[in-house]
Design a protein. Structure first.
Length: 130
């Protein structure tokens, strides 16, 4: 959405539905309703006075909650980012070990995310005995 006289878009609105259940509302473990009718609406926009600030207003609508719940997260934009953060944890199959990214396959095995990527150093992980 662009305001009158602006040529750039300044608002991204997202609505997410049909998420696979069962799910938790947050890290505390509060379960969302088993009917899987959760709706998550997001509004992502830049601060007009401080363009280095990005806001994400997230509203969750679910029958397990007494009313819609909204939280606003703020992020400081860096012109030369050196890392990537993925907030979306549901059904996320990406894993970072050290400085390398990997992928968990459908059969639960760790696999490379890039061609010719070396395997991770597993010496600090307990190996299962077969």
């Amino acid at each position: 959405m662009a305001e009158a006289g602006e040529e750039r878009f300044n608002l991204l609105e997202i609505e997410t539905r049909y998420m696979k259940g069962p799910r938790n509302f947050e890290a505390s473990g509060l379960p969302l309703h088993e009917d899987n009718q959760t709706v998550v609406k997001e509004r992502i926009f830049l601060d007009k006075g401080k363009p280095e600030l990005l806001y994400d207003e997230i509203t969750t609508i679910d029958h397990a909650l007494t009313r819609p719940w909204t939280v606003t997260k703020s992020y400081r934009r860096e012109r030369n980012p050196v890392w990537f953060s993925n907030e979306c944890a549901e059904d996320n199959h990406h894993v970072t070990i050290g400085k390398d990214d990997y992928f968990i396959s459908a059969d639960g095995l760790l696999m490379p995310a890039k061609k010719d990527q070396p395997p991770p150093d597993l010496r600090y992980f307990r190996q299962s005995k077969k």
